[in-house]
Design a protein around this ligand. Structure first.
Ligand code: BGC
Length: 723
């Protein structure tokens, strides 16, 4: 990388203003190619002769910055002239914003806020006559204040379009490691879509609120006709309160505010170095009368290829599916985040872990997640501990079962879905270190005890207001320990290692689990014992679970760890009808309750908005948390019946076992596997049979009421009688 021979440049004492670094240069010949290698400590936007370089928003993305900083490379040949100006504005971004919000200003947060801003670049010019010239960042660059007066992840952006200055000074060099520079690994973050405002609301409180009809992540692009000095100011929000007024107390300390000082005439603008999660904006200041057509919500996220489509004969379910997809889009902005709006927006490992299977059907996420897993490994502590968030910006953070297990579950799931063993090769040491960390730190061999855990986070069986559900945390932790040990042993064998030691460990954990937890109390305890094959009598445990769910009023009580597996274990043990009832339930608590409340994304809490219209709380109430959206993987695998047989990762042999439901009439799932397009379709017919169709690119094992058989690649139709 040529950039390694350049110097980092910086500027001191610029405060909150985003500095603009620039370099003028003239060329004395025709150029055959020009390539810009660039990255920043912060987020940058570059332009060459007034044209934006590339379309990567929030470049260079978010990585474990002290070990890995991605370098972008842009072909800028067509932008080069005889006389040139290369400009780069650098915002605080994830590198220098005071994050996370809940921390006090001292410590980690302050340290981040006080980091230097930095830029490093090399523009490699090749002339038609073969000569080469390299423009590097060094003290010959100039720096001045930009019109971006403030920009930060949580609080938003302030832009003064009237601001100009000739007051520039030479940039200073900054001593910073160049060993951390790596080529771009993840997907590019881009403007993906523009959504029109659907209405402008005058709320009962007299506020002017613009509604985009969909919660998105990105920013608002607006057009305004104004006089120099007029001010535009607005705040972002996800939902209206029960009286229909603007509400964003749940953003907590994140101000999520935009301010723009106008110039004369018609002008269009959007924030450049930050983003928001929102459906509504409240106009605090706007010159003139706002019209819907003045506003567009610009959807920004990592560029991902969509690989699945789900449609059913039941509209509320279709809306839930849409909400799951939006939840993923809104939370896949360079790292898999918990939520895109409040003062978090971080790569919470548990959230990423529970959603990875669903995510890997919805979109091709191999590249996106590979980058994040490399950060996970980079931030893993020497003893194997995995922090609760990745990139791990909390120096002294603790770990937790199901959160740290992302180290094992995510690579394993990516391998299952894409069949690419290299992800296991790359992550094996990290996977092993995590399992060893538990083994080496637990005081009770075979169990994981005496450790902090998030448990079955946000489960409903805890007392009102409590966040850690009623499931015993040592049970949850030991169940995940068993699962990760098993997946590690399988991974090691696939890679040709002797994993005897880990198989022995696995059987020890299983024995100790059975001794320590002879009975299961909560729904999630049953679910985990079944899902991770720990119960000595799965038929009984499944029956007990089904009875418990019925006793609870055919209602789920599960949180982050139980919910993703609840329907799977029910249908694996013959309780598919009950699984469907839970999925199709409209009343609280259920997936469709939020849909009926008008949700456009997945809520963090089953009761984010309660039946009386009030909110669960202000402190912990996101309306865009994808974790419970993991239920879509049950739709793919059990409802549509698309999975693969053992030892056929990457769908090289299909396992087709649909679980139809007459209440919804029909279901159609198209899934683009690495082997090609798979189609599953079923429809309830008048004579109470189901027409079942399968289109498969590979041989498939088909399990239907009429029998089990193998079929060749191609289209197949069956008429089936389901009980
Ligand atoms: C986040 C979560 C996360 C949790 C840890 C929250 O603040 O938003 O989704 O997993 O903390 O328990």
């Amino acid at each position: 990388m040529e950039i390694k021979n350049s110097s980092y440049i910086t500027t001191a004492d610029i405060g909150d203003v985003c500095p603009l670094f620039f370099k003028d240069f003239n060329l004395d010949g025709e150029i055959s190619s020009a390539n810009l290698e660039i990255t920043a400590l912060g987020v940058y936007e570059a332009s060459l002769n007034g044209s934006r370089v590339g379309d990567f928003i929030m470049a260079p993305g978010w990585t474990a910055y002290n070990k890995r900083l991605q370098v972008q490379s842009y072909d800028v040949t067509t932008l080069i002239k005889k006389e040139n100006r290369l400009c780069v504005t650098v915002g605080r971004g994830w590198f220098r914003s005071p994050m996370p919000g809940w921390e006090k200003m001292e410590g980690d947060k302050k340290r981040r806020y006080e980091q230097p801003c930095g830029l490093i670049a090399a523009l490699i010019l090749v002339f038609a006559d073969g000569r080469k010239q390299i423009i590097r960042t060094d003290e010959s660059w100039q720096v001045k204040e930009s019109p971006i007066r403030f920009s930060e992840i949580y609080d938003g952006e302030i832009y003064d379009s009237t601001f100009t200055t000739d007051n520039s000074k030479p940039a200073e060099t900054l001593s910073w490691s160049k060993d951390i520079l790596i080529s771009q690994e993840g997907e590019i973050v881009k403007e993906i879509e523009a959504i029109d405002a659907c209405s402008i609301i005058r709320t009962p409180a007299g506020e002017t609120v613009v509604d985009f009809g969909q919660e998105v992540t990105g920013y608002v692009r607006f057009t305004v006709n104004a006089r120099c000095g007029d001010k535009v100011r607005f705040l972002h929000g996800e939902v209206l309160d029960k009286d229909g007024n603007f509400y964003n107390d749940n953003y907590r300390s994140a101000k999520a505010e935009v301010q723009y000082i106008c110039k004369d005439g018609e002008q269009t603008w959007n924030p450049r170095l930050t983003f928001f999660g929102f459906r509504y904006i409240k106009l605090e200041s706007w010159p003139g009368i706002p019209r819907k057509e003045d506003f567009k919500a610009i959807v920004v996220h990592s560029e991902l290829h969509r690989t699945a489509y789900v449609e059913t004969g039941f509209e509320p379910l279709n809306k839930l599916v849409s909400n799951v997809f939006w939840g993923q889009r809104d939370n896949y902005l360079d790292v898999p985040t918990d939520c895109p709006q409040r003062d978090e927006r971080m790569g919470w490992t548990g959230d990423a872990e529970v959603f990875t299977k669903a995510a890997s059907y919805n979109y091709d996420i191999l590249k996106f997640m590979t980058k994040w897993l490399h950060d996970l490994a980079a931030d893993q502590r020497p003893d194997g501990k995995v922090g609760k968030i990745i990139p791990d910006i909390i120096l002294h953070g603790h770990s937790s079962a199901a959160w740290g297990d992302a180290a094992v579950i995510c690579p394993w799931q990516l391998y299952q879905n894409y069949g690419d063993i290299s992800i296991l090769q790359q992550q094996f040491n990290s996977m092993k270190a995590w399992v060893d960390y538990i083994t080496n730190t637990t005081p009770t061999p075979g169990l994981w005890t005496d450790h902090f855990h998030f448990g079955d986070w946000l489960a409903l069986d805890a007392p009102e207001g409590d966040r850690i559900g009623a499931s015993r945390i040592d049970l949850v932790a030991t169940a995940y320990y068993a699962n990760s040990t098993e997946l590690l042993a399988k991974t090691g064998e696939l890679l040709g290692n002797d994993m005897e030691e880990y198989w022995k460990l696995h059987s020890r954990i299983k024995t100790e689990f059975r001794k320590a937890f002879p009975v299961y109390i909560t729904q999630t305890e049953h679910v985990l014992a079944l899902q991770f094959n720990l119960t000595p009598d799965p038929e009984k445990t499944a029956r007990d679970l089904a009875e418990l769910v019925i006793k609870d009023g055919v209602q789920l009580r599960t949180g982050f760890t139980g919910t993703p597996y609840l329907l799977h274990v029910l249908s694996s043990y013959g309780y598919t009808d009950l699984a469907w009832k839970l999925l199709l339930r409209r009343e609280y608590p259920s997936w469709l309750y939020s849909v009926d409340c008008g949700a456009t994304t997945i809520w963090e809490h089953w009761d984010g908005i309660k039946q009386d219209g009030s909110f669960w709380s202000t402190s912990m109430n996101s309306f865009n948390h994808y974790a419970y959206g993991a239920v879509i993987d049950w739709i793919y695998e059990k409802a549509a019946g698309i999975s693969h047989t053992d030892d056929h990762a990457g769908f090289t042999e299909l396992l087709f076992q649909p679980h139809p439901c007459k209440e919804i009439g029909w279901l159609k799932v198209q899934f683009e596997s690495r082997q090609g397009q798979i189609l599953s379709y079923w429809k309830h017919e008048k004579d109470d049979t189901f027409t079942v169709m399968l289109e498969t690119p590979v041989e498939a094992k088909v399990i239907l009421p009429s029998g089990t058989r193998k079929v060749k690649a191609g289209k197949h139709t069956f008429i089936e009688q389901y009980k």
